[in-house]
Design a protein around this ligand. Structure first.
Ligand code: GLN
Length: 535
């Protein structure tokens, strides 16, 4: 087996400096040099995965093809690179301890005292190694948390052990720190960076590259000083300037600051005169900075006040914007604030409306009113998962005249369960359980908007849901002209619906947002944004 090179990305000073984006950008730059990369996140929390975490605390759970419910940073890895992630790319303290304790109970350790070093760190190293595929050249491992946290110590220790394990030439350490500006002194301060590197060195890790997050330009004197105190060569002290418009500016920015070259050099890979394919990132920046159009999109949902709860949706909308040279203004509307009296006032000047997914803890009246408004006023509308289910309920109530139609998730005794669990549906043999998680194949029906967007009939999209369109009502809906535009391959479940005579009224049971990238925008988001542009 060829030897894989490893890059560990750690963070210092404080959280939220953009370690996930930095790791993803490193991936994008190395892919641009023709290397096959793998991306892995290690999270110091005890949860086994992110599936049980509330979006209020942790933002969305990002779903992979193989149905892993992972930390939202993994979404950035897939958005910035071509890697396809799976369960093995998300490692948590919970998983590691669970496995070590299982082995201890089964007697695998043959009576030894089971300890953090070496048993926990061995398990971490094993998992990190197996997260790279056979053809991986470089594996990028982001270490969650901040250096100095108690929880992340075993992971940093395992990373340090890689030096002797895979050899000094095959592992490098990138450390992201903060260079804050002290307003009163009107000066940037390098001390937090110095201290954070000291903390890392206490564990035995000497960073090879520093990425210094700074709200401005870094002068040569500052670089010199940081270099002197941290033992990192000046050319490897790279400023990570806060960008004004979009996170997708970062790969090109890092490349322009010399990061690509220094990464290759430190990894002992050829770097002089290397041919790269990084123009796509510079072209993207150009598109982002010089839009031709603008469009105002309302996202109407339950967790709206949380920046990260619909993260992949906002990203995918932006990708659709880039694809149409359009700058989006996204208005986030808390669905509970919408009522019959204010709906038209709230939505009167938006160009498109999107209702995202979610579980229904409370009523969906706000969503229903927004859907009705979009349908009747021919405003482009995109419903995702719960968003599609609301579309079906609204159509049942207001077009089919089935008063009180509902999803059994909201009203178990509804007389018209147009959305329900499979096991509640007549004549359905559902041995597989009700949760549909991860990628499934489905068939797009020709002549529909969905087909126009995808331009193919076989698609694979990611899912995370329990409730389904109830096929018992299918004929009634079709008689009332609701278009069924996609079905699951194996069991004929409705995957997408469309409104007739409408510029864009599409609802999908799956989550297309998880497969959209800035370089390859998802066709449905592209078409949705296009339909919102005024002619
Ligand atoms: N709660 C709904 C279901 O389980 C919708 C889920 C979602 O939007 N992801 O079917």
């Amino acid at each position: 087996m060829k030897s894989v090179k490893f890059i560990f990305v750690s963070g210092g000073v404080c959280s939220s400096l953009g370690k996930g984006i930095a790791s993803s950008s490193i991936g994008a730059l190395l892919e641009g040099c023709g290397y096959k990369i793998a991306m892995t996140k290690v999270d110091p929390y005890i949860n086994v995965d992110a599936g049980t975490m509330s979006p209020y605390q942790h933002g969305e759970a990002y779903i992979t093809d193989d149905g892993a419910e992972t930390d939202l940073d993994l979404g950035n890895y897939e958005r910035f690179t071509k890697t396809l992630l799976s369960k093995k790319n998300s490692i948590t303290t919970g998983q590691v301890y669970k496995e070590v304790i299982r082995r201890e109970r089964e007697g695998d350790y043959q009576g030894k005292c089971v300890q953090v070093i070496p048993h926990i760190t061995d398990e971490i190293r094993k998992r990190i190694k197996s997260s790279a595929d056979k053809d991986t050249d470089i594996s990028i491992v982001e270490i969650g948390g901040t250096v100095g946290d108690i929880e992340s110590i075993p992971f940093l220790e395992a990373a340090r052990q890689f030096i002797t394990d895979v050899g000094r030439d095959n592992v490098i350490f990138v450390h992201l720190t903060l260079v804050p500006k002290i307003t009163a002194a009107d000066e940037f301060k390098t001390k937090p960076t110095q201290h954070s590197v000291q903390k890392l060195r206490e564990i035995g890790i000497q960073p090879d590259i520093l990425l210094c997050r700074i709200d401005g330009e870094m002068d040569q004197m500052m670089k010199k000083k940081i270099s002197l105190f941290t033992n990192v060569e000046e050319e490897a002290v790279i400023e990570s300037v806060t960008v004004s418009l979009s996170i997708y500016e970062i790969p090109a920015l890092y490349d322009a600051k010399g990061l690509t070259k220094i990464l290759l050099k430190k990894l002992r890979l050829p770097y002089e005169g290397v041919k790269t394919n990084l123009k796509i990132w510079y072209d993207l920046v150009d598109k982002i900075k010089n839009p031709k159009y603008t469009s105002k999109i309302a996202v109407v949902g339950k967790y709206i006040e949380l920046q990260d709860a619909y993260k992949s949706i906002y990203e995918a909308l932006d990708h659709g914007g880039h694809a149409n040279s359009t700058r989006l203004e996204i208005v986030k509307i808390q669905s509970d604030n919408i009522n019959e009296n204010n709906v038209s006032e709230i939505l009167k000047d938006v160009d498109g409306i999107l209702v995202p997914g979610g579980s229904v803890e409370k009523g969906i009246e706000g969503e229903l009113l927004s859907v009705k408004y979009a349908r009747e006023n021919k405003i482009p509308f995109f419903g995702i998962c719960l968003g599609m289910q609301v579309m079906v309920i609204e159509y049942a109530r207001n077009v089919l005249g089935l008063k009180d139609a509902n999803s059994t998730e909201l009203e178990s005794k509804t007389p018209y369960p147009v959305v329900s669990l499979l096991e509640e549906q007549e004549g359905v043999d559902n041995k597989g359980g009700s949760m549909r998680l991860g990628a499934y194949d489905s068939t797009v029906i020709e002549g529909t908007k969905l087909h126009a967007a995808y331009n193919k009939t076989k698609i694979s999209e990611r899912h995370r849901r329990r409730y389904e369109f109830n096929n018992k009502f299918k004929e009634d809906f079709e008689k009332a002209r609701l278009v069924i535009s996609c079905k699951t391959e194996e069991d004929n479940l409705v995957e997408a619906v469309e409104w007739p005579d409408h510029p864009f009224g599409v609802g999908v049971q799956f989550h297309p947002e998880f497969k959209s990238k800035p370089i390859e925008p998802h066709p449905l988001f592209k078409m949705f944004i296009k339909s919102t542009l005024k002619k």
